[in-house]
Ligand binder design. Structure first.
Ligand code: IZC
Ligand code: ZN
Length: 413
């Protein structure tokens, strides 16, 4: 039996419970001062506070980490990434600076379609190596689990190639990954003007194939003006649900065309983006218990407004904050920066933010029973921060205050 003791924790802060937290619960964190954590075989065995040590004290542990009075939180969870992609899109910046919008670039055959071309050309090995390096960087920033979407193939072979990369990374990298099949991310050139036929093909061929091989638990669609309309999104997601997928939806990123109402109607696990959500969309999410995954670094990068986070909390919608890491609208995988924006732009409190980057995304990834909080019985994923409290983490930006990262009870950073 391997026992690791972390002692001398100045403050241990964590949400509690394995469910998604909404309304006032979003801001409820346990704060234990002078705490210690005993980890046995990768699982949290006991947490103590006020200077007491867990049973057996220091002698019974194989290894002792002195946290030197610092802050400890659960490992961060990034609930929305486009982790696997070919190429980059830095050539779009001059176009953007001249006034081209995100959808203008996509309509002109660039944007997502540019990444599709490069992802189709890339080998599985090259995509694996590139994504593995991203995961290493995420770990160094305190992220211990993430969601990863396909969606730069838009054909059977490339979607499967991407999902196989995600599956291998989940097996071979310390990061825990939740795979999302995003077959309806854009209309590929070969289907130009034939959106309904593309959805037919996805439903007949790709959705059943991906499910049979168990390559993804979730299915997602980009429901947006000039991408997939509500009817197409509904047909695709209903087909996915019939095949046993849980649903996610890119909704109201640029325009409110009814994506969040559809998320509510289909009882999606999560609706993501929501910059342009209206009152009816919020009502639908509240009633369905759908988690709102907000991506403020995308608002920052596109120069767009921020999703109405406070109104969502008031309406009892559980909130997660994620990066949206992708080569176009958010080429950053830094969830700490997202926490800064959650504080200053979304106006969430540090407690609400911690919930939004731990248990709420964990639940939206189907992992709420094992990760997302620090409690006995949960997997020992935690970060020791070179900071005294969450306020400091949300206030400082641009440097990396990670001191140590512990993943499944192993010191890895
Ligand atoms: O590559 O542009 N919004 N999909 C929907 C994205 C952003 C990713 C991209
Ligand atoms: Zn996205």
């Amino acid at each position: 039996m391997h026992k690791l003791l972390i002692k001398n924790i100045g403050r241990l802060q964590t949400p509690v419970g394995s469910f998604s937290h909404r309304g006032e619960q979003q801001g409820e964190n346990h704060k234990l001062d002078k705490a210690a954590v005993l980890i046995e075989n990768g699982v949290i065995k006991e947490i103590t506070s006020d200077g007491r040590l867990p049973q057996g004290g220091e002698e019974s542990a194989d290894m002792v980490v002195d946290a030197e009075g610092k802050l400890v939180t659960p490992g961060l969870v990034d609930g929305h990434t486009h982790l696997v992609f070919g190429g980059y899109r830095q050539h779009e910046i001059p176009l953007k600076l001249k006034g081209a919008g995100y959808l203008d670039i996509l309509r002109a055959g660039g944007g997502i379609l540019d990444t599709v071309k490069k992802t189709r050309e890339a080998s599985e090995e090259a995509l694996y190596e590139k994504s593995r390096a991203f995961l290493d960087e995420m770990l160094s920033l305190g992220v211990t689990a993430c969601e990863a979407k396909s969606g730069y193939g838009l054909d059977l072979a490339t979607e499967v190639k991407m999902l196989q990369v995600i599956k291998k990374l989940d097996e071979q990298h310390p990061m825990d990954l939740a795979a999302t099949f995003l077959g309806a991310h854009a209309l590929p050139r070969e289907y130009e003007g034939r959106g309904d036929e593309f959805i037919d093909m996805m439903c007949a061929e790709v959705i059943p194939y991906v499910k049979e091989r168990n390559l993804a638990r979730f299915c997602d669609v980009f429901c947006e003006d000039s991408v997939f309309d509500v009817q197409q999104s509904r047909r695709y997601l209903k087909c996915a649900a019939e095949h046993g997928f849980e649903l996610k939806i890119h909704a109201d990123e640029i325009e409110d065309i009814g994506g969040s109402r559809l998320a509510g109607e289909l009882r999606a696990v999560s609706a993501e983006h929501l910059i342009a959500i209206g009152e009816e969309g919020m009502k639908a999410l509240t009633e369905a218990g759908t988690t709102a995954v907000l991506l403020p670094a995308t608002s920052f990068y596109l120069g767009k407004p921020y999703a109405p986070a406070r109104a969502m909390i008031e309406r009892g919608i559980p909130i997660a904050l994620a990066t949206d890491f992708n080569p176009g609208s958010c080429p950053s995988l830094n969830l700490q920066f997202v926490m800064n924006l959650g504080y200053l732009r979304d106006r969430l409190t540090p407690e609400e933010i911690l919930t939004a980057v731990t248990i709420n995304p964990a639940c939206a990834m189907g992992m709420g029973d094992t990760i997302g909080t620090l409690e006995p019985g949960k997997q020992a994923d935690l970060v020791i921060w070179d900071a005294p409290d969450m306020e400091m983490l949300c206030y400082r930006f641009g440097s990396n205050p990670v001191w140590q990262v512990i993943k499944k009870g192993e010191l890895i950073i």
